[in-house]
Design a protein around this ligand. Structure first.
Ligand SMILES: [Zn+2]
Length: 100
């Protein structure tokens, strides 16, 4: 595969930054974390799932739009998992680099 084809494959999936959590979502996340801290293991599991869903949902995000594919194209394609910070809004996310 040529470098151009590799880049096309990376860009075939849209990876736009959704921005930081809204104030409401930050409040809800803090409450969930408090509940998790005092819950039994069994009680904590559904709360942890709820927290993950909260962080994943676009409606709880302020929006940003930065194209994380730019970062993925620029970094090495070595299969390593990297933590990267959005240059526009500062949100930290994780991705696994492709291998070609
Ligand atoms: Zn961003």
């Amino acid at each position: 595969m040529t470098k151009k084809e590799c880049i096309e494959r990376i860009r075939a999936i849209e990876r736009k930054c959704r921005g930081p959590l809204t104030e409401d979502a930050l409040q809800m996340a803090a409450e969930l974390q408090q509940q998790i801290a005092t819950a039994s293991d069994q009680e904590a599991e559904p709360l942890k799932r709820k927290l993950l869903r909260l962080r994943a949902e676009s409606r709880y995000r302020r929006g940003c739009g930065y194209d994380f594919n730019k970062t993925i194209v620029e970094n090495p394609w070595d299969g390593k998992t990297r933590q990267v910070k959005c240059p526009q809004c500062g949100v930290v996310t994780t991705y696994t680099a492709p291998v070609f």
